[in-house]
Design a protein around this ligand. Sequence first.
Ligand code: 0L1
Ligand code: MG
Length: 232
Amino acid sequence: MTSLASALDNALTTATELPGGSFSVGEPYAVQREVVDLRLARGETIAGVKLGLTSKAKMEQMGVDSVIWGWLTDAMRVEDGGVLDLGPRIHPKVEPEVAFLVRAGAIAAVAPALEVIDSRWLDFKFTLDEVIADNTSAAGFVVGSWQPVPDSVDRLGVQLILDGEVVQSGSTAAILGDPRLAFAEALRLAGTLEDDWIVLAGAATAAVPVGTGQTVRVEVEGLGSASLKASS
Ligand code: 0L1
Ligand code: MG
């Protein structure tokens, strides 16, 4: 076990931050797997994978030109309309996404989704390797009702609504030009996608911080909505 993996796991379980630059990362995806294995050892199971940095804006912000990916576990899932417990989180943000359901290595259904990101790095400041090691800031997700896959999902309007007010709006085009390309990337990067896994394709807008008592909803044109309520 690398010292970074155990430090990141400690940051996760105690909701405390690690200063960026305090560890040499080595092979970031190997550290990420160690971090996830620690979660599995506590009884969590893999629920799927997520893509990160799928929008041009986020890639430019990090100075990269390729996506990153991480693991989702069952413990990260919040039921649609359910409660996100802020207690074990540090400085959570939410972002509107599209989720795919996997069957036979292909897309079986699509749904609107929210991702909760919560970097274990101080002030959400990290290098690319540091955020990969930190399981790409994965901290939670909500998936709305599964829908049959429409002919195209590449130009759907997306709104992120906080306490009834639209705080971000965009389009699924921001997700690699077409969220189905994110699914193909997830398959390539993970090597295999198992039946019933969820693939979070990436954010359609910037993420926004979420605090106690706030209700967050995503609406994706033609696909419906998904929501959570944050509570401490
Ligand atoms: O899901 C994401 O795109 C987040 C990737 C990591 C960068 C961040 O925490 O903002
Ligand atoms: Mg995301």
